[in-house]
Design a protein around this ligand. Structure first.
Ligand SMILES: NC(=O)C1=CN([C@@H]2O[C@H](COP(=O)(O)OP(=O)(O)OC[C@H]3O[C@@H](n4cnc5c(N)ncnc54)[C@H](O)[C@@H]3O)[C@@H](O)[C@H]2O)[C@@H](O)CC1
Ligand SMILES: [K+]
Length: 411
């Protein structure tokens, strides 16, 4: 799956229509039909369905859903929350087909009838706004959306919960709190943001016949799921041995903090490293080894149970290195960490205390010529960027991209 902005989604639509030659009305038909297929298993035979339709193409999807559900014998009420002349283009076409098939369109441009319709509904299909929402909600929608949220009916949103913007960086007034959202083609950024994700409820994308990502000027931002991880795991042939599957080095741990380095070592082995060495203070080795019998150990110069210096590791023995977990934040550990970052010519992951050791002088990152991965939590990202946590939460895609590009980090 990819993660798109509203503009990227519009560009995919435009490509399918203008360069692919697919009529927008067919895309709308496909969207409405695909979403109806997902809705039907959530309905009981006697469910009374209320479809709320707005002026744009999201409303157009609503008309297709209404017709398809009626065709299959479901009881459907359709409430159009804008006046007739506002329904235009492809949405108007599908409204006409809905009516030609015997569907009745109730018009409620002032939001005066909706309370009564909501009262009778078991299931509400939200096709009010899609990715075209802009600025502050105009009346009566600022009143209608909380009314939907106050009812106990099951709410299913089309593409995006109405009122919620697709993109990061935007605050908004209120949105439909959906139980389910069936997303057109690709999830939008807001499905992943802390302040918007909960509005979606459970979500799932549906395919409507757009070309695969990669055609035209499409985005490369994408999700990383279990199946993607599994694909990266190397296969083992019958005669392979530990020496054929990569040598990892985990550097971290201190007398007070052994858990994270032990878990990191186990994770490296679990994800396929053939040989793994944990480099840590000698006082820490007995505890870590009791959790991780498969690793070997390198005893580092230490002081008071913490890694000190100088660096005494032959990095050429390893393919990948992780540093920072549970190291502590004293000046010896800091000098040691910075040396490792400068001296190692391997792919390197920097975590936890390792991030604290570099945040005040990030030139060590710029100088590296080999892949570097950082795994900061929000507080650490704030430390690295100097931005408040709230600003990072509002714009996580932009902030991480900008930081990673500037300091040559993988993202
Ligand atoms: N070819 C396409 O572009 C397709 C689009 N599809 C659907 O179309 C949607 C996007 O359609 P549109 O671009 O028409 O946008 P929307 O359907 O999101 O609606 C835009 C409308 O909402 C109104 N509006 C915007 N902000 C408002 C505010 N703050 N207060 C009150 N009213 C406001 C505007 O009057 C505008 O008419 C997608 O989310 C998706 O559901 C699907 O039908 C598939 C094909
Ligand atoms: K919607």
């Amino acid at each position: 799956m990819h993660i798109v902005t509203a503009n990227e989604m519009y560009e995919m639509d435009r490509f399918a229509m203008e360069e692919g030659g697919l009529d927008g009305r067919i895309l709308m038909e496909n969207a409405g039909r695909a979403i109806t297929e997902k809705i039907i298993p959530l309905l009981a035979n006697e469910s009374q369905v209320l479809i709320l339709v707005g002026a744009g193409n999201n409303g157009g999807d609503g008309f297709v859903i209404g017709r398809t559900l009626r065709n299959q014998g479901y009881g459907v009420n359709l409430l159009q929350l804008v006046s007739d002349e506002k329904v235009r283009g492809d949405a108007r076409y599908h409204k006409q087909v809905f009516q030609n098939y015997g569907g009745l369109v109730h018009v409620d441009a002032k939001g005066e009838k909706i309370e009564c319709f909501l009262e009778q509904a078991d299931v509400v299909i939200d096709a009010i706004f899609g990715i075209g929402i802009k600025d502050k909600l105009r009346p009566p929608f600022d009143r209608i959306i909380p009314m939907i949220n106050n009812k106990s009916a099951k709410v299913i949103s089309v593409d995006i919960p109405s009122g919620v913007p697709a993109d990061e960086g935007l605050t908004f007034q209120t949105g439909v709190e959906a139980d389910y959202t069936f997303i057109v083609e690709q999830p939008k950024m807001s499905a992943f943001l802390q302040h918007t994700a909960d509005f979606y409820g459970k979500w799932e994308p549906v395919s409507i016949g757009l070309p695969p990502i990669g055609h035209g000027k499409h985005t490369i931002r994408r999700t990383w799921q279990q199946a993607d991880v599994q694909k990266t795991l190397p296969s083992r042939d019958r005669f392979s041995h530990k020496g054929n599957h990569g040598r990892g080095l985990v550097i971290g741990g201190s007398y007070e903090m052994i858990g994270s380095v032990a878990m990191s070592a186990k994770a490296a082995l679990r994800s396929g490293a053939g040989l793994l060495t944990v480099a840590t203070a000698k006082e820490v080795i007995p505890s870590v080894s009791s959790h991780c019998a498969e690793a070997t150990y390198l005893s580092l110069p230490s002081k008071d149970g913490r890694i000190a210096g100088p660096v005494s590791i032959d990095f050429s023995m390893y393919d990948g290195i992780a540093i920072g977990m549970g190291m502590g934040r004293d000046s010896n550990a800091k000098a040691f960490t910075r040396q490792v970052i400068q001296m190692s010519n391997q792919q390197l992951l920097i975590d936890a205390d390792g991030i604290h050791h570099i945040h005040d002088d990030l030139t060590v990152l710029e100088q590296r010529e080999h892949p570097t991965v950082l795994t900061p939590h929000l507080g650490e990202m704030s430390l690295l960027t100097g931005l408040p946590v709230a600003q990072i939460l509002l714009n996580p895609f932009a902030v991480t991209k900008e930081f990673a590009t500037r300091y040559h980090i993988w993202y």
